[in-house]
Write a protein that binds this ligand. Structure first.
Ligand code: GDP
Ligand code: MG
Length: 597
């Protein structure tokens, strides 16, 4: 059984046919959309018949089809691939696409028509796809949905071919109208139309062979009063279609090549980068593994150090984030002062008679005031801890993403060190507040602050005149300014020291201790994903590299037919064809110098 495409291809690209296996093993199509042909049309428009005639292979219909696509009214998302290999036909890959229905039948979702259109769209919108639109002659071509869809994705019609089927079933009197369509006068397509006559249902039932059907088709056109002329214009018969298709394929591939080449180059670049990220796995021998671990730990420690020293001049480095929080703390301290001044003026008076002063009032107000800062201070500490934890976690992920055991151990270490440091720091902060409770500053410092607050220039001797309640607000403010200055610097400094510097230092030391007696292979145990990912990337890289070589030369096409299954109405068929390069051809010629080409 030989189809027209088959015999045509035999003649034209026979030199390449035996390279199909090479191409398939390259598997480029897994990474890139290759030039493809999609056959679209309404239910029973004749898609399967056209494909059968082209390929010379009787396609599964009905219950064969159900086996492939599964029984059920819905559509399945996965492609079902069936590879047909036979010495009699060119290699075919039949892709059984989920079927679709325009009017839902029982059990089908209401939007099945939409689902199908989406699926078809997925194929026909790709620039790499050439669209064959199958339209029966006995329908109104202008209202054909498939044609409308193809025009939607290819308004200039550069990758759309029209196929008119069932010319034997037209109503008498419509012949001229149909001729005008084939002659591209009604709905013009750049690539035009071809009319074909396939086996009717009765002929299928009568088991008329595809070969015989070709003869019948030829006969039909030769004897047809109106369509006879189409034969000379190469606008009729499956054979003309096959020739046109082959030409178009090669043209299409040639046109797609530069873009395909670009894609391949880009993917090569991306893959190499990704592979770099996966880096080489650790060596198997113990000595090499230990060396590998030492290097990995050193890299990690270096990074932690540069984070903690603020050397990483990048956006959002840890000091940028800390400074934001420290500034908020400073603002908070000042804000508290203003609030307290008002309260003090209204409510504070002890047991003293009017006019007497009392240092206790002063102390009291300040002690209460300072006490309100304890909680915000601890809140600040928690925020700072999280910022630093995030930064360290980033470094850990960056350095150890491929080694889950090492990653976990390191994260544990960070958590442990942080919680010990936090506990120590909370103790120190608490002591700081206890000290602030004492209300103390050196006389010259206080005097300076008081003068600044009141904008006067008192000497130490003059100060007793100040011991009046009415002046307490100024005195309070002068002292609180000093508290603010102390706390505003002191706490951030402690936090940076304890939570960042010391933590980084302790972590570094702790990490190095991993080298002593640790089970190196356990630490360097790779997550199964990584090994797999690396292998996968490498395979893709190899494929791409070969593909790149192929693409650099002239490409030829070998057709793979793909066709859709029908659960409902319309169907998509895809002819996937592969490309091969002049280089491969040359290579082949070199290896078999006897072949004449
Ligand atoms: P599909 O649903 O688009 O795949 O359409 P099919 O290829 O299954 O064809 C539907 C019916 O139309 C089948 O019974 C075919 O035998 C018949 N058919 C297809 N092409 C022709 C044709 O050119 N002439 C006649 N008379 N019948 C055809
Ligand atoms: Mg069909």
């Amino acid at each position: 059984m030989k189809g027209e495409v088959h015999s045509h291809l035999e003649k034209n690209i026979r030199p390449y046919i035996d390279l199909i296996d090479t191409l398939r093993s390259i598997g480029i199509h897994k990474d890139l959309a290759l030039p493809t042909i999609a056959v679209i049309g309404d239910q029973s428009s004749g898609k399967s018949s056209v494909l059968e005639a082209l390929s010379g292979i009787a396609l599964p219909r009905g219950s064969a089809q159900n086996e492939l696509a599964g029984i059920g009214p819905g559509i399945c998302d996965e492609l079902i691939t069936l590879e047909v290999m036979s010495p009699d036909v060119c290699d075919l890959t039949l892709i059984d696409l989920p079927g679709i229905a325009r009017v839902p039948v029982k059990g089908q979702p209401d939007d099945i028509g939409e689902q199908i259109k989406c699926l078809i769209m997925k194929y026909i919108e790709k620039q790499e796809t050439m669209n064959l639109v199958v339209v029966p002659c006995n329908t109104d071509i202008a209202t054909t949905e498939a044609l409308r869809m193809a025009q939607g994705v290819d308004p200039d019609g550069i990758r759309t071919v029209g196929i008119l089927t069932k010319p034997d079933l037209i109503d008498r009197g419509t012949e001229t109208k149909i001729l005008e369509v084939v002659q591209n006068k009604i709905i013009p397509l750049r690539k035009g139309y071809i009319m074909v006559k396939c086996r009717g249902q009765q002929q299928i039932n009568d088991k008329i062979s595809l070969e015989k059907a070709t003869e019948i088709e030829r006969d039909f056109f030769e004897k047809h009063n109106f369509f006879r002329g189409l034969l000379n214009e190469d606008k009729a018969t499956i054979k003309s279609l096959a020739i046109k298709l082959t030409q178009e394929l090669v043209e299409h591939i040639k046109k797609s090549l530069p873009q395909l080449n670009e894609h391949i180059k880009k993917q090569l670049w991306d893959l190499r980068n990704e592979l770099k990220k996966c880096e080489d796995g650790p060596p198997q021998d113990p000595k090499g593994a230990k060396q590998f671990l030492t290097e990995a730990l050193t890299r990690f420690i270096d990074q932690i150090k540069s984070v903690s020293s603020g050397e990483l001049i990048v956006k959002d480095n840890v000091f940028v984030q800390l400074r934001v929080e420290y500034k908020k703390w400073n603002t908070h301290l000042f804000y508290k002062l203003i609030e307290e001044r008002i309260e003090c003026s209204q409510h504070y008076r002890g047991r003293e008679l009017l006019g007497f002063s009392n240092f206790r009032i002063f102390e009291d107000v300040l002690q209460k005031q300072v006490a309100t800062l304890r909680k915000p201070a601890i809140d600040l500490l928690n925020i700072i801890k999280d910022i630093i934890l995030n930064q360290f976690t980033d470094v850990v992920n960056q350095c150890f993403q491929n080694y889950p055991a090492l990653l976990d151990i390191t994260m544990d270490k960070i958590h442990n060190i942080q919680s010990v440091q936090q506990e120590k720091l909370e103790q120190r902060i608490s002591e700081q507040f206890d000290m602030e409770n004492m209300i103390f500053t050196q006389d010259p410092i206080y005097l300076k602050s008081l003068n600044e607050t009141t904008k006067e220039t008192f000497s130490e001797d003059e100060l007793p005149i100040f011991d009046k309640k009415s002046k307490y607000f100024d005195m309070l403010q002068a002292y609180y300014e000093i508290v603010v200055q102390r706390m505003s610097d002191q706490l951030p400094m402690m936090m940076t020291l304890f939570m960042l510097k010391q933590t980084a230092q302790l972590l570094s030391t702790d990490m190095l201790s991993l080298l002593d007696g640790a089970n190196v292979s356990e630490l360097l145990f790779e997550s199964s994903d990584v090994g797999r990912k690396r292998r996968d990337l490498q395979a893709r890289l190899d494929r791409m590299s070969i593909g790149h070589i192929h693409c650099c030369g002239f490409a030829e096409a070998v057709i793979r037919l793909a066709l859709s299954a029908l659960v409902g109405v319309a169907a998509v068929a895809v002819l996937v064809y592969d490309i091969r390069s002049r280089r491969l051809q040359q290579k082949r010629q070199q290896t078999s110098p006897s072949s004449s080409d």
